[in-house]
Design a protein around this ligand. Structure first.
Ligand code: CDP
Ligand code: MG
Length: 702
């Protein structure tokens, strides 16, 4: 076999078996590993590659992958797992004969940066031997790509077209400790696929993982083992390999008193580090684009006010929707005599490695998804991180030399109150997308599926109920034909998919695809801080009485009429990068729609059709203005939750009687984002079953 790199007479790696004869552990790194290296080195980057901790385990990793169906690799962030292991596999022949090595990541930004780094190390053009795929962006060449980085979500979609993932020889599920919903589904499915494809190799890798529980997951079967299990060639018991890090000590500082404003506390801490500590970059962990932007502004103001420390600081944001050029700045080396301050979401916790960081400032928070199946409300909220995350964040300070981590919480809080590990996303998310995907993969008994962590049954039931009302599932909880199968083909929330499918009958698919593309990105407007008044005025130029969805159509039309001009965007407080992304996504959706037999058709200004199509997808997100409300309070039709129109909506303060919204955000209250007026009779028309146990929408008042 081509991947057989083992030479007769060469020293075998030392394997230590545990007392059950099960889990395999490796002892110290092998001395023989280094000697075989030169053959694989790449000119200038070669020695850099060989200095990475994972390099010492190269032989061991290849041996384990060859002899075990599943190998679990645990190693500190920056040890070289993501960038090196796929290259080792390629060098050992796992990509010969047109086969592909896959490496999945939960985050899109990580997929892109890691792929370009590996292409650079191999001195090839990105998109050829080394490629990547994220939703709406495929930078691979099927004839040439040997190493493919992709999000776990994209790999899940690939299973729909190729249930056994036949083109892959090895699949590395990276960042498994993140326990994203897609990672968990993927692990369950890969375990099934492996039973049918004994030659497929899996690598589960992460920075911190309960290796034993992951190993247990892969060796136990929920059902009785079928006959196909017997002709398994490689060892079924997963191997576990722990890669020694080379991290330096990190001194932890806690605050004495709890801080009330972590953005402010961050800024003060950064400035005092810059004032008092020797050279070395600073990495700050905040929660999202909004507080990162706020911190950067505050930092600029305060640094300006205190002249003596204003020089030498280069402050850069890092979050997933950052434009490409800004990403490059973050990863480029700090000029001499300067100090870089990177203010990041938890993307820099394990997914990305920043060189030169000596100081870490940890706010103690991150943005996390929470779902309440009773109220059916899903929220992205700022929540305390776990001890495991806190340790990861601190570890980022010790890569180049001993570092310091400033935790903006008390030691008492860390020891006594912080939970030790986070909750898997599966157990705190809405499962509508997850259920439709599994159904499309032919997994009918979803509750009986072999999950690494079981989802809450209430959330499952809610998801089934919504999919049933959308007409995606039938009475037997099977995908309907054609709606269910078509909805599953569209890589978007099933509510959006349904909206697109309905637009075909209503003759407004051209408009609805535009709306779907805009709803898929965070915001088309520039961040409102400091320019709120101007932004509001700009919005008024496009505002439609029907609400945000129709407003989007006006914006899109204006953008096209301007010749997709960046100046036009600037003048109208619109985010040019976001608009370019909208055009790209729209084009992808147009192609997907075409595959489903939907040819774009415009309704030529018939907004009633557009609104009905939106309602067909989003009837479940309906709410009604409280009769005697003076402050714009709405109650959701399902669940009677108190909600308000978000200030960013064109319907803010307009407060129409009946609305449907796209999503909720929670700050001091629950706010509805992207809101549209509806006629209540459309709701019962769109989904009679869904509303039958509810207070009947009153068709007279609207
Ligand atoms: O996956 P893991 O955290 O173990 O490490 P990695 O991402 O493979 O990173 C290994 C090394 O490559 C680190 O020293 C990074 O600094 C470097 N690297 C880089 O310079 N630029 C990138 N875009 C990615 C990694
Ligand atoms: Mg990695």
């Amino acid at each position: 076999m081509s991947q057989q790199f083992w030479k007769p007479g060469s020293e075998k790696p030392r394997i230590l078996e545990d007392e059950e004869g099960g889990v395999v552990f490796f002892g110290p790194p092998l001395s023989s590993a280094a000697s075989s290296s030169s053959r694989f080195g790449y000119a200038s980057i070669g020695s850099q590659r060989q200095r990475l901790p994972v390099y010492k385990y190269r032989t061991a990793i290849l041996y384990l992958v060859e002899t075990h169906a599943t190998t679990i690799i645990v190693g500190e962030t920056g040890s070289g797992k993501t960038t090196q292991i796929p290259q080792y596999l390629k060098e050992a022949g796992w990509a010969d004969g047109g086969r592909v090595i896959a490496c999945t990541q939960p985050r899109r930004l990580a997929v892109q940066t890691v792929a370009s780094r590996v292409a650079e190390e191999m001195d090839v053009k990105l998109g050829e031997e080394v490629g990547y795929a994220i939703r709406f962006e495929d930078v691979t060449n099927p004839a040439a790509t040997m190493i493919k980085f992709l999000t776990d979500g994209v790999l899940l979609r690939e299973i729909m077209n190729d249930p056994l993932l036949t083109k892959y020889s090895v699949i590395m599920v990276d960042e498994a400790h993140e326990r994203s919903i897609s990672t968990d589904i993927l692990l369950g499915l890969l375990k099934k696929i492996q039973r049918r494809r004994p030659e497929l190799r899996l690598i589960i890798s992460s920075a911190t993982i309960e290796a034993k529980s992951m190993s247990d997951f892969f060796q136990t079967s929920k059902k009785h083992r079928g006959p196909e299990d017997h002709d398994f060639v490689p060892r079924k018991v997963p191997a576990i390999l722990s890669v020694e890090g080379r991290g330096f000590n990190v001194h932890i500082h806690y605050v004495v008193e709890p801080v009330s404003d972590y953005v402010q506390a961050t800024v003060s801490t950064v400035l005092s580090i810059h004032d008092q500590e020797p050279a070395g970059d600073i990495l700050v962990f905040l929660t999202g684009q909004d507080d990162i932007d706020a911190a950067i502004r505050l930092l600029a103001e305060e640094a300006h006010a205190s002249r003596k420390i204003s020089s030498g600081l280069i402050v850069l944001p890092l979050y997933s929707s950052l434009p490409r050029a800004d990403q490059d700045l973050v990863f480029s080396p700090t000029p001499r005599g300067k100090r870089k301050v990177v203010i990041s979401t938890n993307i820099a916790e394990t997914s990305l490695t920043l060189e030169g960081v000596v100081y870490v400032v940890d706010s103690g928070f991150s943005k996390q998804q929470f779902y309440n199946p009773i109220s059916d409300i899903e929220n992205l909220v700022v929540a305390p991180i776990s001890k495991a995350s806190a340790r990861q964040r601190a570890g980022r300070a010790g890569r180049v030399r001993p570092g310091k981590c400033y935790r903006l919480y008390t030691e008492e809080y860390f020891v006594n109150e912080m939970s030790s590990v986070g909750i898997p996303e599966m157990q705190r998310s809405k499962l509508v997308s997850c259920v439709i995907q599994l159904k499309a993969l032919g997994i009918d008994n979803i509750l009986g599926f072999d999950w690494p962590a079981s989802p809450p049954p209430e959330a499952m039931i809610r998801a089934l109920e919504v999919l049933y009302s959308l007409g995606v599932l039938d009475d037997d909880a099977k995908l309907t034909s054609p709606v269910g199968f078509q909805a599953a083909e569209i890589p978007l929330d099933p509510m959006i998919s349904k909206m697109i499918l309905s637009s075909n009958q209503l003759g407004c698919s051209d408009e609805i695809i535009t709306i779907a593309a805009i709803l898929s990105i965070q915001s088309i407007w520039v961040s409102g801080r400091g320019v709120q008044k101007e932004l509001d005025e700009a919005k008024l130029r496009f505002a439609a009485a029907e609400g945000d969805h129709v407003t989007f159509l006006n914006v899109y039309k204006g953008f096209l009429q301007s010749g997709k001009s960046s100046q036009w965007c600037h003048k109208n407080y619109m985010n040019y990068q976001a608009m370019k992304k909208v055009i790209e996504i729209r084009e992808q959706l147009r192609r997907t729609a075409l595959r489903l037999g939907i040819v774009l058709k415009s309704c030529e200004g018939d907004m009633l059709a557009v609104r009905k199509a939106v309602t067909a997808g989003f009837f479940a997100n309906a709410s009604r203005l409280e009769a005697f409300s003076h402050n714009g309070m709405y109650k959701t039709v399902r669940g009677s939750q108190e909600v308000y129109i978000h200030p960013s909506s064109v319907l803010f303060r307009v407060n129409p009687k009946w609305v449907i919204y796209h999503s909720l955000v929670s700050t001091d209250r629950q706010y509805m984002r992207n809101v549209m007026t509806v006629d209540p009779s459309w709701l019962t028309e769109a989904a009679p079953h869904f509303f039958q146990h509810q207070r009947r929408p009153d068709p007279i008042v609207h």
